[in-house]
Design a protein around this ligand. Structure first.
Ligand code: HEM
Length: 425
Protein backbone atom coordinates (compact mmCIF):
# COMPACT_ATOMS: atom_id res chain seq x y z
CA UNK A 1 0.00 0.00 0.00
CA UNK A 2 1.28 3.47 -0.89
CA UNK A 3 2.43 5.62 2.05
CA UNK A 4 -0.09 8.40 2.82
CA UNK A 5 1.19 11.88 1.96
CA UNK A 6 2.26 14.01 4.94
CA UNK A 7 -0.86 16.14 4.56
CA UNK A 8 -3.07 13.04 4.59
CA UNK A 9 -1.35 11.96 7.80
CA UNK A 10 -2.18 15.39 9.27
CA UNK A 11 -5.85 14.80 8.41
CA UNK A 12 -5.79 11.46 10.24
CA UNK A 13 -7.56 11.88 13.65
CA UNK A 14 -4.91 9.65 15.24
CA UNK A 15 -2.48 12.58 14.85
CA UNK A 16 -4.78 15.28 16.22
CA UNK A 17 -3.19 15.61 19.67
CA UNK A 18 0.20 16.55 18.23
CA UNK A 19 0.36 17.30 14.51
CA UNK A 20 3.44 19.53 14.88
CA UNK A 21 6.14 16.95 13.96
CA UNK A 22 4.14 16.32 10.77
CA UNK A 23 4.06 20.06 10.04
CA UNK A 24 7.86 20.03 10.37
CA UNK A 25 7.99 17.25 7.75
CA UNK A 26 5.62 19.20 5.55
CA UNK A 27 7.82 22.32 5.66
CA UNK A 28 10.70 20.38 4.05
CA UNK A 29 8.76 20.95 0.81
CA UNK A 30 7.30 24.48 1.05
CA UNK A 31 4.87 23.77 -1.81
CA UNK A 32 3.77 20.15 -2.08
CA UNK A 33 1.06 18.38 -4.05
CA UNK A 34 -1.44 16.41 -1.96
CA UNK A 35 -2.96 13.11 -3.14
CA UNK A 36 -6.12 14.93 -4.29
CA UNK A 37 -4.18 17.42 -6.46
CA UNK A 38 -4.32 20.35 -4.01
CA UNK A 39 -1.18 22.43 -3.55
CA UNK A 40 -0.22 22.54 0.13
CA UNK A 41 1.80 25.56 1.28
CA UNK A 42 3.59 25.19 4.63
CA UNK A 43 6.30 27.84 5.06
CA UNK A 44 5.71 31.30 6.55
CA UNK A 45 7.05 33.45 3.71
CA UNK A 46 5.19 31.52 0.99
CA UNK A 47 1.89 31.52 2.93
CA UNK A 48 2.11 35.29 3.49
CA UNK A 49 2.85 35.78 -0.20
CA UNK A 50 -0.20 33.81 -1.29
CA UNK A 51 -2.47 35.41 1.33
CA UNK A 52 -1.71 38.70 -0.39
CA UNK A 53 -1.86 37.45 -3.99
CA UNK A 54 -5.00 38.59 -5.85
CA UNK A 55 -4.69 35.53 -8.11
CA UNK A 56 -5.61 33.34 -5.12
CA UNK A 57 -9.38 33.39 -4.84
CA UNK A 58 -11.64 32.69 -1.86
CA UNK A 59 -14.77 33.10 -3.93
CA UNK A 60 -17.05 30.12 -3.39
CA UNK A 61 -18.25 30.48 -6.99
CA UNK A 62 -14.69 29.80 -8.26
CA UNK A 63 -14.15 26.80 -6.04
CA UNK A 64 -16.30 24.55 -8.18
CA UNK A 65 -14.03 25.39 -11.14
CA UNK A 66 -11.11 24.25 -8.98
CA UNK A 67 -12.78 20.89 -8.45
CA UNK A 68 -13.64 21.67 -4.81
CA UNK A 69 -16.97 20.59 -3.40
CA UNK A 70 -18.82 23.76 -2.45
CA UNK A 71 -21.22 23.32 0.40
CA UNK A 72 -23.74 25.99 1.16
CA UNK A 73 -22.25 27.31 4.39
CA UNK A 74 -25.04 29.71 5.17
CA UNK A 75 -28.80 29.66 5.17
CA UNK A 76 -30.34 28.23 2.00
CA UNK A 77 -31.25 30.94 -0.52
CA UNK A 78 -29.01 33.62 1.01
CA UNK A 79 -26.02 35.17 -0.79
CA UNK A 80 -22.54 33.99 0.28
CA UNK A 81 -21.13 35.88 3.26
CA UNK A 82 -18.04 38.06 2.72
CA UNK A 83 -15.54 35.36 3.79
CA UNK A 84 -16.51 33.55 0.58
CA UNK A 85 -16.28 36.33 -2.00
CA UNK A 86 -13.45 38.24 -3.69
CA UNK A 87 -13.04 42.00 -4.17
CA UNK A 88 -14.68 44.29 -4.93
CA UNK A 89 -17.78 42.68 -3.34
CA UNK A 90 -15.78 41.43 -0.34
CA UNK A 91 -14.27 44.83 0.41
CA UNK A 92 -17.56 46.71 0.20
CA UNK A 93 -19.35 44.39 2.65
CA UNK A 94 -16.34 44.25 4.99
CA UNK A 95 -16.13 48.06 5.05
CA UNK A 96 -19.85 48.31 5.79
CA UNK A 97 -19.59 45.93 8.73
CA UNK A 98 -16.33 47.39 10.01
CA UNK A 99 -17.97 50.82 10.41
CA UNK A 100 -19.96 49.36 13.29
CA UNK A 101 -17.31 47.15 14.82
CA UNK A 102 -14.39 49.46 15.53
CA UNK A 103 -12.24 52.42 14.58
CA UNK A 104 -12.55 54.95 13.10
CA UNK A 105 -16.36 55.11 13.00
CA UNK A 106 -17.20 53.23 16.21
CA UNK A 107 -13.91 53.03 18.14
CA UNK A 108 -15.53 52.06 21.44
CA UNK A 109 -17.75 49.14 20.42
CA UNK A 110 -15.49 46.46 21.90
CA UNK A 111 -14.38 48.61 24.84
CA UNK A 112 -18.04 49.09 25.81
CA UNK A 113 -18.50 45.33 25.81
CA UNK A 114 -15.54 44.53 28.10
CA UNK A 115 -17.32 44.79 31.48
CA UNK A 116 -19.98 42.46 30.06
CA UNK A 117 -17.31 39.97 28.97
CA UNK A 118 -15.82 39.92 32.48
CA UNK A 119 -19.26 39.44 34.00
CA UNK A 120 -20.15 36.52 31.70
CA UNK A 121 -16.89 34.70 32.52
CA UNK A 122 -17.22 35.39 36.24
CA UNK A 123 -20.75 34.00 36.30
CA UNK A 124 -19.64 30.86 34.47
CA UNK A 125 -16.80 30.33 36.96
CA UNK A 126 -19.15 31.04 39.90
CA UNK A 127 -21.06 27.95 38.72
CA UNK A 128 -17.97 25.81 39.47
CA UNK A 129 -18.49 26.42 43.21
CA UNK A 130 -18.87 23.23 45.23
CA UNK A 131 -17.09 21.13 42.59
CA UNK A 132 -13.51 19.93 42.31
CA UNK A 133 -13.58 19.01 38.66
CA UNK A 134 -15.09 20.73 35.60
CA UNK A 135 -14.93 20.32 31.84
CA UNK A 136 -13.52 23.62 30.68
CA UNK A 137 -15.02 23.11 27.22
CA UNK A 138 -18.62 22.48 28.24
CA UNK A 139 -18.58 24.62 31.37
CA UNK A 140 -16.82 27.74 30.10
CA UNK A 141 -15.14 27.86 26.69
CA UNK A 142 -18.25 26.72 24.82
CA UNK A 143 -21.01 28.91 26.34
CA UNK A 144 -18.85 32.08 26.55
CA UNK A 145 -18.27 33.13 22.89
CA UNK A 146 -21.84 32.42 21.77
CA UNK A 147 -23.17 34.65 24.55
CA UNK A 148 -20.72 37.36 23.47
CA UNK A 149 -21.85 37.28 19.83
CA UNK A 150 -25.47 37.51 21.03
CA UNK A 151 -24.63 40.66 23.01
CA UNK A 152 -22.75 42.10 20.02
CA UNK A 153 -25.70 41.61 17.71
CA UNK A 154 -28.25 42.69 20.33
CA UNK A 155 -30.03 39.35 20.66
CA UNK A 156 -32.43 39.66 23.65
CA UNK A 157 -31.20 37.63 26.63
CA UNK A 158 -34.24 35.36 26.61
CA UNK A 159 -33.36 34.27 23.04
CA UNK A 160 -29.71 33.41 23.78
CA UNK A 161 -30.45 29.71 24.43
CA UNK A 162 -31.90 29.43 20.89
CA UNK A 163 -28.62 30.76 19.49
CA UNK A 164 -26.74 28.08 21.37
CA UNK A 165 -28.86 25.38 19.77
CA UNK A 166 -28.17 26.81 16.29
CA UNK A 167 -24.47 27.22 17.00
CA UNK A 168 -24.32 23.58 18.21
CA UNK A 169 -25.98 22.30 15.04
CA UNK A 170 -23.65 24.28 12.77
CA UNK A 171 -20.53 23.17 14.66
CA UNK A 172 -21.68 19.54 14.80
CA UNK A 173 -22.03 19.47 11.02
CA UNK A 174 -18.27 19.87 10.63
CA UNK A 175 -17.44 17.37 13.38
CA UNK A 176 -17.25 13.83 12.00
CA UNK A 177 -17.55 12.25 15.45
CA UNK A 178 -21.11 13.23 16.06
CA UNK A 179 -23.15 10.63 14.23
CA UNK A 180 -24.58 10.22 10.76
CA UNK A 181 -23.45 12.74 8.09
CA UNK A 182 -26.86 13.12 6.44
CA UNK A 183 -28.56 13.78 9.78
CA UNK A 184 -25.89 16.29 10.78
CA UNK A 185 -26.23 18.16 7.49
CA UNK A 186 -30.02 18.20 7.74
CA UNK A 187 -29.78 19.63 11.27
CA UNK A 188 -27.26 22.18 10.06
CA UNK A 189 -29.43 23.31 7.14
CA UNK A 190 -32.42 23.58 9.43
CA UNK A 191 -30.42 25.55 12.01
CA UNK A 192 -29.07 27.87 9.32
CA UNK A 193 -32.56 28.48 7.96
CA UNK A 194 -33.95 29.23 11.44
CA UNK A 195 -30.96 31.40 12.31
CA UNK A 196 -31.31 33.37 9.05
CA UNK A 197 -35.04 33.84 9.63
CA UNK A 198 -34.49 34.91 13.22
CA UNK A 199 -31.81 37.45 12.26
CA UNK A 200 -34.03 38.86 9.50
CA UNK A 201 -36.89 39.38 11.96
CA UNK A 202 -34.57 40.85 14.60
CA UNK A 203 -33.18 43.27 12.00
CA UNK A 204 -36.73 44.37 11.06
CA UNK A 205 -37.53 44.96 14.73
CA UNK A 206 -34.30 46.95 15.25
CA UNK A 207 -35.05 49.15 12.24
CA UNK A 208 -38.22 50.32 14.00
CA UNK A 209 -36.74 50.40 17.52
CA UNK A 210 -32.93 50.67 17.32
CA UNK A 211 -30.76 49.81 20.33
CA UNK A 212 -27.01 50.22 21.00
CA UNK A 213 -26.12 46.95 19.23
CA UNK A 214 -24.35 46.30 15.94
CA UNK A 215 -27.43 45.01 14.14
CA UNK A 216 -29.39 48.18 14.96
CA UNK A 217 -26.58 50.30 13.57
CA UNK A 218 -26.31 48.21 10.41
CA UNK A 219 -30.02 48.43 9.58
CA UNK A 220 -30.13 52.18 10.09
CA UNK A 221 -26.77 53.00 8.45
CA UNK A 222 -26.88 55.42 5.56
CA UNK A 223 -23.11 55.71 5.27
CA UNK A 224 -21.13 56.29 2.06
CA UNK A 225 -21.51 52.69 0.88
CA UNK A 226 -25.26 52.46 1.35
CA UNK A 227 -27.03 49.80 3.38
CA UNK A 228 -26.67 46.05 3.26
CA UNK A 229 -29.67 44.32 1.73
CA UNK A 230 -31.81 42.36 4.20
CA UNK A 231 -30.47 39.07 2.74
CA UNK A 232 -26.83 40.19 2.91
CA UNK A 233 -27.37 41.30 6.49
CA UNK A 234 -28.81 37.91 7.44
CA UNK A 235 -25.95 36.02 5.75
CA UNK A 236 -23.19 38.15 7.25
CA UNK A 237 -24.64 38.34 10.77
CA UNK A 238 -24.83 34.53 10.73
CA UNK A 239 -21.18 34.46 9.61
CA UNK A 240 -20.17 36.37 12.74
CA UNK A 241 -21.76 33.67 14.88
CA UNK A 242 -20.22 30.82 12.93
CA UNK A 243 -16.73 32.30 12.42
CA UNK A 244 -16.52 33.60 15.98
CA UNK A 245 -17.74 30.58 17.87
CA UNK A 246 -15.69 27.41 17.65
CA UNK A 247 -12.49 29.35 16.88
CA UNK A 248 -12.73 31.19 20.20
CA UNK A 249 -13.78 28.02 22.06
CA UNK A 250 -10.60 26.36 20.81
CA UNK A 251 -8.31 29.28 21.60
CA UNK A 252 -9.54 29.38 25.19
CA UNK A 253 -9.29 25.59 25.56
CA UNK A 254 -5.91 25.27 23.83
CA UNK A 255 -4.81 28.19 25.98
CA UNK A 256 -5.72 26.65 29.30
CA UNK A 257 -4.24 23.32 28.23
CA UNK A 258 -0.97 25.05 27.35
CA UNK A 259 -0.92 27.00 30.62
CA UNK A 260 -1.50 23.82 32.60
CA UNK A 261 1.45 22.27 30.78
CA UNK A 262 3.58 25.36 31.55
CA UNK A 263 2.98 26.06 35.26
CA UNK A 264 5.61 28.82 35.43
CA UNK A 265 3.80 30.86 32.81
CA UNK A 266 0.45 30.16 34.51
CA UNK A 267 1.79 31.39 37.86
CA UNK A 268 3.24 34.52 36.29
CA UNK A 269 -0.06 35.28 34.56
CA UNK A 270 -1.82 34.89 37.90
CA UNK A 271 0.42 37.54 39.44
CA UNK A 272 0.63 39.78 36.34
CA UNK A 273 -2.68 39.81 34.45
CA UNK A 274 -1.25 42.33 31.95
CA UNK A 275 0.82 39.44 30.61
CA UNK A 276 -2.39 38.07 29.05
CA UNK A 277 -1.77 40.08 25.87
CA UNK A 278 1.53 38.30 25.19
CA UNK A 279 0.20 34.91 26.29
CA UNK A 280 -2.73 35.07 23.87
CA UNK A 281 -0.53 36.28 21.00
CA UNK A 282 1.92 33.42 21.56
CA UNK A 283 -0.98 30.94 21.77
CA UNK A 284 -2.23 32.08 18.38
CA UNK A 285 1.20 31.18 17.03
CA UNK A 286 1.85 28.03 19.07
CA UNK A 287 -1.61 26.35 19.22
CA UNK A 288 -3.77 28.11 16.61
CA UNK A 289 -7.48 27.20 16.44
CA UNK A 290 -7.50 27.49 12.62
CA UNK A 291 -4.79 25.10 11.45
CA UNK A 292 -5.13 25.63 7.72
CA UNK A 293 -7.19 27.45 5.11
CA UNK A 294 -8.65 25.24 2.43
CA UNK A 295 -11.08 26.72 -0.11
CA UNK A 296 -8.52 28.77 -2.04
CA UNK A 297 -8.24 28.50 -5.80
CA UNK A 298 -5.54 29.62 -8.28
CA UNK A 299 -7.14 31.95 -10.83
CA UNK A 300 -3.94 31.94 -12.87
CA UNK A 301 -0.65 30.06 -13.03
CA UNK A 302 1.38 31.03 -9.95
CA UNK A 303 5.11 30.43 -9.43
CA UNK A 304 6.08 30.02 -5.80
CA UNK A 305 9.27 28.62 -4.20
CA UNK A 306 10.31 27.00 -7.47
CA UNK A 307 6.97 25.26 -8.09
CA UNK A 308 4.34 26.25 -10.61
CA UNK A 309 0.80 26.02 -9.30
CA UNK A 310 -1.38 25.57 -12.37
CA UNK A 311 -4.42 27.72 -13.02
CA UNK A 312 -7.53 26.08 -11.55
CA UNK A 313 -5.64 24.20 -8.80
CA UNK A 314 -6.98 24.13 -5.23
CA UNK A 315 -4.58 25.67 -2.68
CA UNK A 316 -4.32 24.91 1.04
CA UNK A 317 -2.47 27.38 3.26
CA UNK A 318 -1.22 25.58 6.38
CA UNK A 319 -1.16 28.48 8.86
CA UNK A 320 -0.16 26.30 11.83
CA UNK A 321 2.97 25.07 9.99
CA UNK A 322 3.87 28.60 8.90
CA UNK A 323 3.66 30.01 12.42
CA UNK A 324 6.19 27.41 13.62
CA UNK A 325 8.55 27.87 10.68
CA UNK A 326 12.10 28.12 12.13
CA UNK A 327 13.01 30.44 9.24
CA UNK A 328 10.43 32.87 10.66
CA UNK A 329 10.85 32.48 14.41
CA UNK A 330 13.64 30.94 16.48
CA UNK A 331 13.02 27.99 18.79
CA UNK A 332 9.58 27.77 17.17
CA UNK A 333 8.34 24.69 19.06
CA UNK A 334 8.77 26.40 22.44
CA UNK A 335 5.82 28.20 24.10
CA UNK A 336 7.42 31.49 25.06
CA UNK A 337 5.20 34.55 25.58
CA UNK A 338 8.33 36.62 26.24
CA UNK A 339 9.69 36.20 22.73
CA UNK A 340 10.53 39.49 21.11
CA UNK A 341 8.95 38.76 17.77
CA UNK A 342 5.32 37.63 18.03
CA UNK A 343 4.09 37.71 14.42
CA UNK A 344 1.88 34.74 13.59
CA UNK A 345 -0.69 33.52 11.11
CA UNK A 346 -3.33 32.66 13.72
CA UNK A 347 -5.78 35.18 12.27
CA UNK A 348 -4.78 34.58 8.63
CA UNK A 349 -3.62 37.63 6.66
CA UNK A 350 -4.32 39.82 3.66
CA UNK A 351 -7.83 40.99 2.82
CA UNK A 352 -9.57 38.15 4.73
CA UNK A 353 -7.58 38.78 7.95
CA UNK A 354 -9.88 37.85 10.83
CA UNK A 355 -12.59 40.46 11.19
CA UNK A 356 -13.29 39.40 14.79
CA UNK A 357 -9.68 39.57 16.06
CA UNK A 358 -10.29 42.73 18.13
CA UNK A 359 -13.02 40.82 20.00
CA UNK A 360 -11.41 37.35 20.13
CA UNK A 361 -8.27 38.76 21.76
CA UNK A 362 -9.87 40.34 24.86
CA UNK A 363 -12.35 37.42 25.14
CA UNK A 364 -9.46 34.98 25.47
CA UNK A 365 -7.33 37.31 27.61
CA UNK A 366 -10.22 37.68 30.07
CA UNK A 367 -11.16 33.98 30.13
CA UNK A 368 -7.59 32.81 30.78
CA UNK A 369 -6.79 35.45 33.36
CA UNK A 370 -9.97 34.80 35.31
CA UNK A 371 -9.35 31.05 35.21
CA UNK A 372 -5.77 31.20 36.46
CA UNK A 373 -6.73 33.63 39.19
CA UNK A 374 -9.75 31.76 40.46
CA UNK A 375 -8.83 28.06 40.23
CA UNK A 376 -6.69 27.01 43.21
CA UNK A 377 -4.09 24.41 42.24
CA UNK A 378 -5.61 23.46 38.86
CA UNK A 379 -4.35 20.28 37.18
CA UNK A 380 -5.12 18.24 34.09
CA UNK A 381 -7.04 14.99 34.50
CA UNK A 382 -5.75 13.50 31.22
CA UNK A 383 -2.92 14.61 29.01
CA UNK A 384 -3.49 14.73 26.11
CA UNK A 385 -7.21 15.36 26.47
CA UNK A 386 -9.63 13.87 23.91
CA UNK A 387 -9.65 15.92 20.69
CA UNK A 388 -12.39 16.61 18.19
CA UNK A 389 -11.40 14.85 14.97
CA UNK A 390 -11.77 18.07 12.93
CA UNK A 391 -8.25 18.78 11.55
CA UNK A 392 -9.05 22.33 10.46
CA UNK A 393 -10.65 23.82 13.57
CA UNK A 394 -8.48 21.84 15.96
CA UNK A 395 -9.13 21.64 19.68
CA UNK A 396 -9.99 19.35 22.60
CA UNK A 397 -13.54 18.00 22.76
CA UNK A 398 -13.30 17.99 26.55
CA UNK A 399 -10.78 19.46 28.94
CA UNK A 400 -11.37 17.97 32.40
CA UNK A 401 -9.56 20.00 35.04
CA UNK A 402 -9.33 19.34 38.81
CA UNK A 403 -8.75 22.04 41.41
CA UNK A 404 -8.84 22.42 45.19
CA UNK A 405 -11.29 25.33 45.38
CA UNK A 406 -12.58 28.48 43.67
CA UNK A 407 -11.51 31.98 44.70
CA UNK A 408 -14.71 34.08 45.04
CA UNK A 409 -14.97 36.72 42.33
CA UNK A 410 -15.44 39.43 44.98
CA UNK A 411 -11.84 38.78 46.08
CA UNK A 412 -10.54 39.87 42.65
CA UNK A 413 -12.01 43.38 42.51
CA UNK A 414 -12.25 45.24 39.22
CA UNK A 415 -10.51 43.56 36.38
CA UNK A 416 -8.44 45.61 33.98
CA UNK A 417 -6.74 43.33 31.45
CA UNK A 418 -7.34 45.29 28.33
CA UNK A 419 -4.18 47.07 27.41
CA UNK A 420 -3.98 48.90 24.13
CA UNK A 421 -1.78 47.76 21.30
CA UNK A 422 -2.73 44.49 19.73
CA UNK A 423 -6.40 44.79 20.62
CA UNK A 424 -6.63 47.80 18.38
CA UNK A 425 -5.36 46.08 15.24
C1 HEM B 1 -9.61 32.99 18.42
C2 HEM B 1 -10.62 33.19 17.68
C3 HEM B 1 -10.54 33.34 16.18
C4 HEM B 1 -9.64 32.83 15.28
C5 HEM B 1 -8.41 31.99 15.57
C6 HEM B 1 -10.06 33.28 13.97
C7 HEM B 1 -9.36 33.00 12.81
C8 HEM B 1 -9.71 33.49 11.56
C9 HEM B 1 -8.96 33.25 10.34
C10 HEM B 1 -7.69 32.41 10.24
C11 HEM B 1 -9.59 33.90 9.34
C12 HEM B 1 -9.16 33.97 7.87
C13 HEM B 1 -10.07 33.16 7.00
C14 HEM B 1 -9.68 33.18 5.54
O1 HEM B 1 -8.69 33.83 5.16
O2 HEM B 1 -10.37 32.51 4.74
C15 HEM B 1 -10.76 34.54 9.91
C16 HEM B 1 -11.66 35.30 9.20
C17 HEM B 1 -12.82 35.81 9.76
N1 HEM B 1 -13.16 35.82 11.10
FE1 HEM B 1 -12.13 35.02 12.62
N2 HEM B 1 -11.20 34.01 14.10
C18 HEM B 1 -11.53 34.10 15.43
C19 HEM B 1 -12.57 34.78 16.00
C20 HEM B 1 -13.51 35.48 15.31
C21 HEM B 1 -14.62 36.20 15.90
C22 HEM B 1 -14.90 36.34 17.40
C23 HEM B 1 -15.37 36.69 14.86
C24 HEM B 1 -16.63 37.51 14.88
C25 HEM B 1 -16.95 38.40 15.75
C26 HEM B 1 -14.69 36.32 13.63
C27 HEM B 1 -15.11 36.66 12.38
C28 HEM B 1 -14.39 36.42 11.22
C29 HEM B 1 -14.87 36.84 9.91
C30 HEM B 1 -16.17 37.55 9.61
C31 HEM B 1 -13.87 36.45 8.99
C32 HEM B 1 -13.88 36.69 7.48
C33 HEM B 1 -13.10 37.97 7.17
C34 HEM B 1 -13.03 38.25 5.69
O3 HEM B 1 -13.30 37.37 4.86
O4 HEM B 1 -12.67 39.41 5.34
N3 HEM B 1 -13.57 35.60 13.95
N4 HEM B 1 -10.79 34.29 11.28
Amino acid sequence: MAQASVFDQILNPANRANPYPLYADLRRTPVSRADDGSYVISTYAEIVRLLHDPRVSSDRRNLADCGLAVENEGAPGLPPSFIGVDPPEHDRVRRLLTRHFGPPHDPDRIVRMLPDLVEIVRNLIDNFAGRNEVDLVDDLAYPFPVTVICRLLGVPREDEPRFRVWADAVVEAVDPTTGDVAIRQRRRDQANAELGRYLGELADARRDHPGDDMLSELVTDDGPEGRLSREALMANAALLLIAGHETTVNLITNGMLTLLRHPHVRQRLRRQPEMAVRVVEELLRYEPPVQFLPNRCALDQIDVAGTTIPRGAPIILVLAAGSRDPEHVSDADRFDPDREYLEHLGFGGGIHYCFGAPLARPETQIALTELVQRLENPRLVTDPPPYRPNPLLRGPRHLPVRFDSIVPSAALGDRRVFPAGRNEM
